[in-house]
Design a binder for this molecule. Structure first.
Ligand code: BGC
Length: 887
């Protein structure tokens, strides 16, 4: 028997306010026994939960559909209207044709779909002269309104240029931290939707908002630049009140709102926040508050229509709290807290003292030798929070519109002895569900995996950023490209990347260049190789991990334009023109001799993305295009070989990155691969078995070794703890990934601070290798989204066990191996409605048992073939325990 669990709409659980007109529905098939599949499904969608309970799909009844599709089933019912809530459920039939019960009711709700339905006006409020560093106090806005009759449903649509915190009758609305998410405000804002029915009351109500500069008007990008998009934050809100009789009242931001300055003297992502608790205005967000001292807001002139797009991914939230491990006093009155983890967010402060006392917090990733916080690498980001006490008791405070990347917090000005209760680390991230877990017998590898995960937490901040601490924190595309595969293992990143791709496309130049940074900013010359290529690689990774073809369809034209842009300038099929900011193998170990040639890499990535485009064209049924791109692929590949490959398999500059990409991007004729792999191994050996790759080579290095029979060399790289290696970082106490292999120099001091982040996820791209090639979980690229799973553990490196769990879009996959004497044990979980190919490292297939039985007697396990040291089986869903003889 099977049943549907985890119903999702557009990747989310019961999403509120979506503007996809034909949303896609997915579920996981759960089964009690092995080898189960879904033979048929039926979906019902109704406009009320009661109708659905009567098994009526008055919006859509899919009827019985005889196939095993359990992801991305496109809604094909009646056209949907704004604000409509759609209830749905699904039932399944199993392999034997037995029906399941229906899933419990789930729903989605449409956003506001037509421009004419938006009635609000953009409002702002000038809080007066600048308080510090040209910044002004954060505006507090409020509006009192009457609700005359009982309400059936109240839906609030809200967005800002900048950031908002919204309150209704003294209560917070939602729990997002920096809303709305970052968009290219020149073209678009994302709006959020809330059901606020339970926050309203009959009679007088008050809505209040606090605005912050955020990305819109705050400091953004290096060089002390601010106001990139506009001068001052603005709010846009619309409250739709629906009454039981069907009538509707609409309340919006307009000239009826009032504004005031408040206790937040300024708040900036880079600079920090100053908060004067003495200026608090208790009750300001409630109806009874006396706002006679408040002034009229300014209604902004309607400008060229910018697009209001529904927020379609997990918002940023506070996800975890960390207590300090220790506190030291390197100088009198200077307290330095160690949270034990480089994290992103802020510190909650707990103090007691006299009114007017200023307590200052500074944040740092490492300490100076004298025990003081080291902030040089933050560059112009001041990252300083100041709290001015109101007096009279313990005061607890958190900032509003700033965040810091830090492990250490320095507290000065504290009137009382600071102790471990003074500070709590509050961790912020885009709240994506974690889907991946990895563990093995080497503590250093486990720490590496944790550091990679923390690197992702700290840099999945509305967009995939490069770093979270200095005056940067931008959506660098190259970083995103190299980390995307790992990211999709660690967390379900589908909705996050789907939303970010909107900004990638918004940032495309009229000529077709994808930006280097999305949302597009800072770079005057976009379209760098590998950076711009993220516009193709990220949809490919989302397709691989989640089987999503709609993202491909949505951006197909933009991707084609990027390829045309490159091709037009390079008819000879080597990418030597339109290289723009050709960053090359960023922060590789060598810069001069021995470094990877930038032009060679540019062409290598071009071959790669053209091949991906051909596959994506095929995936969406554009076979002519697929053929065209395959031809182009062959052409560039030939040109690459002529220009950069020698007959003995050596490549151009002989760098590790050259071999890694050539092997992973399928750039070489098959007969040269072993020789090229051998050259790669020689290079590593000549460096005393150390890597030398930068951003562009690192993700492909260990996979290239693994796939050419040199997994042992990959393990040597993993096990190193001398520079350059991942282990070098860990030996020096890293709890996140560093930007540079030598962010701490081998001698123990910090690298010069001009560009030195301790939380940069790019080198964490090795996470993919841990999942795919150590634990051995992968999707079959031809049946993406884990429809067919590859379980291919590659033991070695002295590991006695390794284990990964991955919550795929089709359910949990486990690969858990250990070596016991001369036996290799492999426990596998394959979700129902999927199949897998299992590779066991044994030279003798006759020794293989499953749960104690000779494998040939086990139903659903089929021997496929024996290769050298590898027995290959095909299995259906279920839990398996294989044992094989192991030399
Ligand atoms: C960022 C990198 C980025 C690079 C582009 C740096 O400042 O931190 O991660 O990819 O610029 O070269």
């Amino acid at each position: 028997m099977i049943k549907p669990i985890s119903p999702r709409c557009e990747y989310l659980q019961n999403p509120l306010g979506i503007d996809v007109l034909q949303p896609r529905l997915s579920w996981v098939v759960a089964a009690e026994e092995r080898n189960q599949i879904q033979s048929t499904y039926q979906i019902l969608v109704a406009d009320s939960v009661e109708t659905l309970a009567a098994d009526e799909g008055n919006l859509w009844d899919s009827g019985r559909v005889d196939n095993n599709q359990s992801t991305h089933v496109v809604y094909q019912g009646a056209p949907l209207s704004s604000g409509q809530r759609c209830w749905w459920k699904v039932r399944l039939w199993d392999r034997e044709g037995r029906p399941s019960v229906y899933s419990p009711p789930a729903w989605w709700q449409m956003g506001l779909l037509k421009a004419a339905e938006w009635q609000g006006q953009w409002i702002s409020f000038d809080t007066g002269p600048a308080t510090e560093m040209e910044m002004k106090a954060c505006p507090y806005l409020r509006r009192v309104f009457r609700v005359a009759q009982p309400i059936h449903r109240a839906t609030l649509y809200v967005t800002a240029k900048g950031l908002y915190r919204l309150r209704l009758n003294g209560q917070p609305v939602g729990n997002a931290v920096f809303a709305p998410d970052w968009a290219d405000y020149r073209q678009r804002v994302f709006y959020d939707t809330y059901d606020v029915t339970s926050l309203l009351q009959q009679g007088d109500n008050a809505m209040g908002a606090i605005l912050g500069d955020g990305w819109y008007s705050g400091y953004l990008g290096w060089g002390n630049r601010r106001k990139r998009y506009g001068d001052t934050p603005q709010l846009f809100a619309q409250l739709n009140l629906e009454y039981p009789d069907g009538s509707v009242d609409i309340l919006t931001t307009d000239s009826g709102w009032k504004g005031s300055a408040g206790p937040i003297l300024f708040s900036s992502f880079y600079m920090g926040e100053t908060y004067d608790a003495g200026r608090e205005m208790p009750g300001w967000d409630q109806a009874e508050f006396d706002d006679s001292g408040w002034q009229a807001v300014r209604v902004e002139k309607a400008e060229r229509q910018i697009q209001l797009t529904a927020q379609s991914a997990e918002p940023m939230r506070l996800v975890q709290e960390i207590k300090p491990k220790s506190v030291a006093q390197p100088q009198p009155g200077v307290y330095v807290f160690d949270l034990g983890q480089n994290m992103v967010g802020w510190a909650r402060l707990r103090v007691r003292g006299e009114a007017g006392t200023r307590v200052q917090l500074r944040f740092a990733e490492i300490l100076s030798p004298n025990g003081m916080v080291y902030t040089e690498n933050l560059r112009s980001a001041r990252s300083t929070d100041t709290y001015i006490l109101k007096g009279g008791g313990p005061e607890i405070w958190e900032p509003h519109f700033t965040f810091h990347g830090f492990r250490y917090v320095e507290v000065t000005g504290s009137p009382d002895e600071a102790d471990l209760e003074t500070i709590t680390g509050c961790v912020l991230q885009s709240d994506l569900p974690q889907t991946g877990f990895f563990e093995c017998s080497k503590p250093m590898a486990n720490q590496l995996w944790r550091n990679i995960l923390w690197g992702q937490k700290g840099n999945f901040l509305s967009v995939p950023t490069d770093c979270p601490q200095r005056d940067e924190r931008l959506g660098w595309m190259g970083d995103a490209l190299v980390f995307a595969r790992t990211a999709c293992f660690n967390m379900n990143a589908a909705a996050f990347y789907t939303r970010w791709m909107i900004s990638v496309a918004d940032g495309q130049s009229p000529e077709g260049a994808f930006p280097d940074v999305a949302p597009q900013i800072v770079s005057e010359r976009d379209g760098a190789p590998a950076w711009g290529d993220a516009g193709i690689v990220v949809p490919w990774m989302v397709y691989q991990a989640y089987g999503d073809t709609r993202l491909i369809e949505r951006h197909y034209q933009a991707m084609a334009r990027w390829l045309d842009y490159i091709h037009a300038a390079n008819p000879h099929l080597l990418r030597t023109k339109r290289l723009n900011n050709n960053y090359g193998d960023w922060v590789a170990v060598d810069t001069g001799v021995g470094a990877a040639s930038k032009e060679m890499l540019a062409t290598a990535f071009w071959v790669y993305i053209v091949r991906l485009m051909a596959r994506m064209a095929r995936a969406i049924g554009r076979d002519d295009d697929a053929r065209k791109y395959m031809e182009l692929f062959e052409g560039i590949k030939a040109a690459f070989n002529t220009a950069y490959v020698f007959p003995d398999g050596r490549i151009e500059d002989g760098s590790q990155s050259a071999y890694a990409v050539a092997l992973q991007f399928d750039l070489l004729p098959a007969d040269l691969r072993p020789a090229a792999a051998q050259h790669l191994v020689e290079n590593i050996k000549a460096r005393d078995w150390h890597l030398s790759t930068g951003f562009l080579g690192t993700p492909y290095l260990c996979p290239a070794l693994a796939e050419t029979g040199h997994q042992d060399v990959a393990y040597r790289l993993l096990n190193n703890d001398t520079y350059p290696s991942w282990g070098h970082m860990i030996k020096h106490g890293a709890t996140t990934m560093w930007e540079r292999w030598n962010s701490i120099l081998p001698e123990g001091e910090a690298h010069p601070p001009r560009m030195n982040s301790f939380n940069h996820y790019a080198f964490g791209a090795v996470g993919e290798w841990l999942y795919r090639f150590v634990a051995g979980i992968d999707t079959d690229p031809r049946q993406p989204g884990y429809q067919h799973i590859l379980i291919y553990p590659r033991p070695g490196g002295g590991l006695t066990y390794a284990k990964a769990e991955y919550d795929s879009i089709r359910g949990r996959i486990v690969s858990d191996w250990k070596i016991e004497g001369h036996e290799f044990h492999l426990k596998v979980t394959i979700p129902a409605n999927t199949t897998a190919t299992v590779y066991l490292p044994t030279s003798n297939p006759d020794t293989v048992t499953e749960s104690g039985q000779p494998v040939e007697q086990v139903e659903g396990v089929r021997f496929v073939k024996q290769e050298t040291e590898l027995a290959v089986f095909r299995v259906g869903s279920g839990d398996y325990h294989f044992v094989a003889a192991f030399a």
